[in-house]
Design a binder for this molecule. Structure first.
Ligand code: AN7
Length: 375
């Protein structure tokens, strides 16, 4: 048997809705590193072990690939010729890639002017039909749902339950890597699919069926009755950008705004599942300002060498704030999902590093001075 890693469906085949004859559409996604923070943890960890699950290292640079391998595999097995999604960017990049791999059409609806450059580049070069609407993600989502009724296209947003099935494998990987479940899991919340998927995964590994499972659709092949891999589940802590925080408001937000464009979503589709995850786990939702988000993005890059996008940084920012306040108990094992790579959004990174480039003549003396000034 080959030792080559060939993607998360192969890795967790017995817990996913595939059969031996299913044609699997994969780009070797998953198997991302769980990195233990050192410098930040030493300074601000209060005895906690803090780990980041760096999902930016998936093939298209975000966690969306976990869901997309499963959703596109399923769509192709049902004979779909085209897929469609609304997206703040990462879903479109991932959908375009897996559609290219499968040889089917991909339509993506993106909000005008509010998509990070790297994500747009991915959707474009990977051959999807990019449709920019004069509206936001929530407008796109509404239209996509209408399109599925009038055109032969399969929706691959996270309202597609196969997406969440793929994404639950990140929780499996965390437990497999730690040899136990974390005490707390911290995660950004936008459309709220991922927090629901993690809760499903953590629950499945603990042999517990959540009251509201993200897989109600698959009762006939329920995976929750298997022997438990671990005996506990983490407290789920979800974080939203302050200008885009429907879970804190308790209702949808009409005009969400945040520098973290990935989670600029006012009307999350997995509302009930996400609330169930927070309630059942003893967790909750909290918000962070754009200023706090950018600060933690920079700190993580400067102090640990890990460059994630702003929406991802919110998970670690939230964790550190909750450690400081005592919400997360001293000495806990804390995991944070870094959902996307920093290279997705170079504009924001460069803007917030203003003055970071030293300009001098091409002379050895000048360079020497610059070095000595900064040692
Ligand atoms: C980096 O791409 O919704 O709560 O259309 O790209 O599961 O929606 C992106 C979401 C967090 C939020 N971090 O996850 C899209 C899209 C990053 C993201 C989220 C997104 P969900």
């Amino acid at each position: 048997m080959s030792a080559r890693y060939s993607g998360l469906i192969e890795r967790y085949r017995d817990r996913l809705p595939v059969t031996p004859s299913t044609r699997i559409v994969s780009l070797c996604e998953g198997n991302t590193p769980l990195i233990k923070l050192e410098n930040i943890a030493r300074k601000r960890g209060r005895g906690c072990e803090i780990y980041v699950k760096f999902e930016g290292l998936n093939p298209t640079g975000s966690f969306k690939d976990r869901g997309m391998t499963m959703a596109v595999t399923q769509a192709v097995s049902e004979g779909a010729q085209a897929i469609i999604c609304a997206s703040t960017g990462n879903t479109s990049a991932s959908a375009a890639a897996y559609a290219a791999r499968a040889g089917i059409r991909c339509f993506v609806l993106i909000p005008e002017g509010k998509i990070a450059l790297g994500k747009l580049a991915q959707a474009m070069i990977q051959g999807s039909v990019v449709i920019q609407i004069k509206g936001n993600f929530d407008d796109g989502m509404r239209i996509v749902k209408e399109m599925a009724d009038v055109a032969p296209v399969t929706i691959v947003n996270s309202i597609n339950p196969y997406r969440l099935q793929g994404q639950k494998t990140a929780a499996f990987e965390i437990v497999d890597a730690l040899g136990r479940a974390p005490d707390y899991h911290c995660i950004p919340v936008g459309n709220a699919g991922n927090i629901s998927a993690y809760w499903t995964g953590f629950s499945e590994y603990a042999g517990v069926k959540p009251a509201t499972a993200a897989c109600a659709w698959c009762d006939d092949q329920c995976k929750f009755e298997r022997p438990a891999v671990t005996d506990s589940r983490p407290v789920m802590l979800g974080y939203q950008a302050a200008g885009s925080a429907p879970f804190i408001a308790g209702h949808p937000i009409e005009l969400p705004e945040t520098v973290a464009t990935a989670i600029r979503i006012g009307n999350p589709q997995s509302w009930d599942l996400a609330w169930a995850a927070a309630r059942e786990s003893g967790g909750e939702f909290k918000s962070m300002t754009d200023e706090e988000i950018l600060k933690i993005q920079r700190e993580l890059a400067e102090q640990e060498g890990i460059f994630c996008e702003p929406a991802s940084a919110i998970a670690l920012g939230g964790a550190l704030r909750d450690i400081e306040s005592g919400r997360i108990k001293e000495g806990s094992v804390v995991t944070c999902t870094l959902t996307g790579h920093g290279l997705k959004d170079p504009d924001t990174a460069i803007k917030q590093s203003a003055g970071g480039v030293i300009e001098i003549p091409a002379e050895s003396d000048a360079v020497k001075r610059a070095i000595l000034d900064h040692l």
